[in-house]
Write a protein of this length. Structure first.
Ligand code: PEP
Ligand code: MG
Length: 566
């Protein structure tokens, strides 16, 4: 039995599927050219058919534009230049095929990366990807292919990248990873996909073997490998009880989120793609409080065009039928990379060139996104927010660019909505402390506690060794949240929260007391939150929040809340 962090609720019992990327060393040997060329040609054919297979399987679930990455890889694998360079090296230097492949790949990557042109920089990523597969095929090593899984499985991995999660199909019943925290992107994706996940489960990859039976308890953050028949029975019971509770909550799907003393709040959902809209509506979401648009960029092999983005934003706005939709502009950097964009190495990527900082520097990327959003605004009730705002000046710059693009579109005769609210994420302590000034210019705030806690506690959200510092109940965090909400209300603006704290059982009462107007969470948490809100009195929660703010530690706050609500 291994302990980890429960990141996406649920219980799964299935077979282990280990996701391990092969590691190898390339050694140079002297070889017979004719044999090596034949070996190379076979491996190249296999590489092409592997990619075709992945593309075919992915086509069943992904939109055509999301398949573009596979076309780029096929083009690279079929590039005569690549093959002829490798074959020449095998023939001239009399070396083994994998050595020649490695040398040529390194040269091509270096060449593409040195070019001052985004298109060619993107090709470097393609060369790496395709030649890695080629080398594995030459060495007889298998690259696991998540999209080919065809029996119920729990994926066990060191970590899951966004492209791994994009390959998960209906047989993936959940996953457990060595690293990661509640708010890492694998956890966010698991919530979107509504599958259970345990992350930060150190040692799980080594402990598991393919084909083992595994119990994944993502209610308590436990992974049990090779369980006994009794354990399986126990957890089947636990799973049934959980499903029953989930079913019972459905009666609240169309209910309003009103406290016993008549105070109404909005319970919204966080989404990563337009496909997630149904999940939010089926779970009674009253709006979208956070659309993380970076997934649109991460699941593509190029910067999504204005039209591609327009279609995605329109789909979400139409899907939500006039309910409020808060779209966050590109939040890339930190742990979120793009296969086609080279980030310079940084000592501290989470403190570096990312999100609004990158967008204000690379304005053409930002303008394209804003134009797509403004064009889509006529299809629903659009709010736009900027991530990682630290200074009022950054907000002003972002807003000014938005205004410019809006004016331009109007001048071009494009119809735009009369009102588009422009707000910001409050996820940097500096913004929380200065909230009253920001509120004079921003239409709304959405508190990103995942980052707000990371930056306030100086504790990397990806590092499970410091995950104890993820303390939403710490009075320091509660005070920053209070400053933010009070700042907004002073100027007649609304304040929401889209970090993971917004859906936490013991946080909802305190946040209600602090006056939070909108709570945005993963779809599966909405009904439980609604049950809580409808059983609480706003007035009483104000008293609770006041007491909570006076406490010294997170444990004290938690004890206080538990006593009040249980
Ligand atoms: C946050 O930081 O709380 C947030 C909602 O954004 P993300 O998790 O995408 O960084
Ligand atoms: Mg954030």
């Amino acid at each position: 039995m291994l302990k980890g962090i429960a990141a996406s609720a649920g219980i799964a019992i299935a077979k282990v599927y280990k996701l391990e990327t092969p590691s190898f060393e390339i050694v140079k040997t002297e070889a017979t050219p004719a044999e090596e060329v034949a070996k190379f040609n076979d491996a190249l054919e296999k590489t092409k058919s592997d990619i075709e297979g992945i593309k075919e399987r992915a086509a069943k679930r992904l939109a055509p534009e999301e398949l573009a990455v596979f076309d780029a890889h096929l083009m690279m694998a079929g590039d005569p230049e690549l093959a002829s360079q490798i074959i020449s090296m095998i023939e001239n230097d009399k070396v083994n095929a994998e050595f020649a492949t490695n040398e040529v790949a390194n040269m091509m990557v270096a060449m593409f990366e040195s070019m001052d042109n985004e298109y060619f920089k993107e090709r470097a990523a393609d060369v790496k990807d395709v030649t890695f597969r080629l080398k594995c095929n030459l060495l007889g090593l298998t690259i696991p292919d998540l999209s080919a899984i065809n029996e119920d499985s729990v994926i066990i991995a060191h970590d899951l990248t966004p492209s791994d999660t994009a390959q998960l199909n209906e047989y993936a019943k959940g996953f457990a990873t060595n690293i990661g925290g509640k708010t890492s992107h694998s956890a966010i994706m698991a919530n979107s996909l509504e599958i259970p996940a345990v992350v930060g489960c150190s040692g799980v990859l080594d402990a598991a073997s393919n084909g083992d039976t595994v119990i994944l308890d993502a209610l308590d953050g436990v992974v049990i490998l090779n369980p006994t028949a009794e354990e399986i029975k126990e957890y089947e019971g636990k799973r049934a009880a959980y499903m029953e509770e989930k079913e019972a909550l459905k009666v609240l799907k169309d209910a309003k989120s009103i406290t016993t003393d008549g105070h109404e709040v909005e319970l919204a959902g966080n989404i990563g793609t337009p496909d997630d809209v149904d999940g939010v509506l089926n779970n009674g979401g009253e709006g979208i409080g956070l659309y993380r648009t970076e997934f649109l960029y991460m699941h593509s092999d190029h910067f999504p065009t204005e039209d591609e983005q327009f279609e995605a934003y329109k789909a979400v706005l139409e899907g939500m039928g006039g309910r409020r939709v808060v779209v966050r502009t590109l939040d890339i950097g930190g742990d979120k990379k793009l296969p086609y964009f080279t980030f310079d190495p940084e000592m501290n990527p989470f403190l570096g060139y990312r999100a609004i900082r990158l967008c204000l520097d690379r304005k053409e990327i930002f303008r394209t996104q804003l134009r797509a959003l403004i064009r889509a605004s006529v299809y629903g009730r659009l709010c736009i927010m900027f991530p990682m705002i630290a200074t009022v000046d950054e907000f002003r710059q972002g807003k000014a660019i938005f205004e410019e693009e809006r004016e331009k579109l109007i001048a071009e005769g494009v119809k735009v909505a009369d009102k588009i609210e422009v707000g910001m994420m409050v996820e940097i302590p500096a913004a929380a402390v200065n909230a009253d000034n920001f509120a004079k210019e921003a239409d709304f705030f959405s508190i990103g506690t995942n980052d707000l806690i990371q930056y306030s506690m100086a504790a990397d959200r990806m590092n499970e060794k410091v995950s104890y510092l993820y303390q939403p109940y710490n009075p320091s965090i509660l005070r920053l949240i209070k400053m933010t909400i009070d700042g907004a209300h002073k100027e007649g603006k609304w304040a929401g929260m889209c970090g993971a704290m917004a859906g936490e059982e013991y946080a909802v009462p305190v946040l209600l007391g602090l006056g939070l107007d909108e709570f945005s969470m993963s779809a599966t948490q909405i009904l439980k939150a609604r049950k809580m809100v409808t059983n609480l009195s706003k007035k009483e929660m104000e008293g609770l929040a006041e007491e909570a703010l006076k406490q010294a530690t997170a444990e004290d706050v938690l004890a206080l809340v538990k006593k009040a609500v249980e």
